[in-house]
Design a protein around this ligand. Structure first.
Ligand SMILES: NC(=O)c1ccc[n+]([C@@H]2O[C@H](COP(=O)([O-])OP(=O)(O)OC[C@H]3O[C@@H](n4cnc5c(N)ncnc54)[C@H](OP(=O)(O)O)[C@@H]3O)[C@@H](O)[C@H]2O)c1
Length: 319
């Protein structure tokens, strides 16, 4: 099979042996695989793949067709359209998926959208619904909102019934963000638009400090991304005064069982909204698997709206 590979800090596309599914696993012919910040970190040698997945083939999410089952697999069947989180190895023509984490790919999503769904919608839903328990009528701030997780979070927040403020630094992306239903602000102004019951922190750094005073009483902050800096001066007095809570989490490091639980919640709570057309995967740009180096360069350049997705075969281009 053809696969995106990382070696010595460089991206290339090479031939690799076809993978073989083990017990409880599926072999999936990948139609589309989203790029994520974690892939960029892996390229820089900062985020090695966890044990049990290909060390040099990146990619943490995919959509495609099941072509073979490992021993004891019964939740999905050959020919099924699935989408899934994976620990790595998604950016290839074939990939191994643990069947407990795989979800059906709804007919409402074409292949690029399905390939860009699992990582960002699972992350956003886990942070907003499971950790912060965002409620209808609450005010939500999403920082770094124009990216993959942000565009998912804004829509999930609105679907929950929250009033959503989206901070977006690139002015030309703000009209598209407003179309999703959010009040859009420059990051420097987010603090002045509070109070916020929930802050989804996708940037970290100085914005975290500036936005803390805008937390409403009982407010919750979920720290999911720290591209703007991982160290902040935390004003504990302000946190106490707001009776605030700060939470952090990563998805990739979770056990298979924990990932399966997030998949079941996404299936139950988000896929019906996808089918009803109430949630969309914002796919900014699509690249072929063979042009993966260009896709990585585009992701690193910043200023995109939503997801960058690789499509890998006739399955995707024919959809
Ligand atoms: N914890 C987890 O499990 C988990 C899961 C998924 C993602 N993440 C992390 O969460 C973050 C968001 O993920 P994503 O997929 O949405 O990434 P993304 O698509 O790259 O989006 C990041 C957004 O943040 C903006 N941004 C970055 N630095 C900024 C700064 N200093 N000030 C203002 N805005 C800034 C970007 O704007 P520009 O385009 O202008 O740069 C972009 O709109 C990333 O750091 C990612 O690694 C964590």
């Amino acid at each position: 099979m053809r696969a995106v590979t990382i070696a010595g800090g460089r991206i290339s596309v090479e031939d690799r042996p076809d993978p073989v599914p083990g017990p409880g696993q599926l072999l999936v012919r990948v139609a589309a695989a989203g790029l994520n910040g974690a892939d960029m970190m892996q390229l820089r040698g900062l985020y090695p793949a966890p044990p049990g997945v290909p060390a040099d083939i990146p990619g943490m999410e995919l959509a495609g067709e099941v072509v073979a089952l490992g021993e004891g697999s019964s939740r999905h069947h050959p020919g099924d359209r699935v989408m899934s989180l994976v620990g790595g190895g998604a950016q290839a023509e074939l990939a191994i998926v643990d069947e407990s984490v795989a979800m059906p790919a709804p007919a409402a999503l074409d292949w690029p959208a399905a390939g860009g769904f699992p990582e960002v919608f699972t992350t956003a839903h886990d942070a907003l619904a499971s950790q912060c328990q965002l409620q209808s009528g609450e005010r939500l701030l999403v920082t770094g909102a124009a990216g993959g997780v942000g565009t998912a979070a804004v829509q999930i927040g609105i679907a929950i019934g929250a009033r959503v403020v989206a901070s977006v630094r690139k002015p030309d992306l703000r009209p598209a963000m407003a179309e999703l239903g959010a009040e859009v602000v420059d990051p420097s102004e987010a603090g002045a638009h509070g109070p916020y019951d929930v802050v989804l922190e996708l940037v970290g750094g100085p914005g975290f400090e500036a936005n803390l005073p805008a937390l409403a009483p009982g407010g919750r902050i979920a720290v999911i991304g720290v591209g703007g800096g991982a160290r902040v001066a935390l004003d504990l007095l302000t946190l106490m005064g707001r009776r605030g809570r700060v939470m952090g989490s990563t998805l990739r490091s979770r056990s298979l069982e924990e990932k399966a639980l997030t998949a079941r919640r996404v299936e139950a709570e988000l896929l019906p909204l996808v089918e009803a057309g109430k949630l969309r995967v914002i796919v900014g740009e699509v690249f072929t698997l063979e042009s993966a180096p260009d896709a990585y360069a585009r992701f690193q350049a910043g200023g995109k709206m939503g997801k960058i997705v690789l499509i890998s075969c006739a399955l995707a281009t024919g959809s």
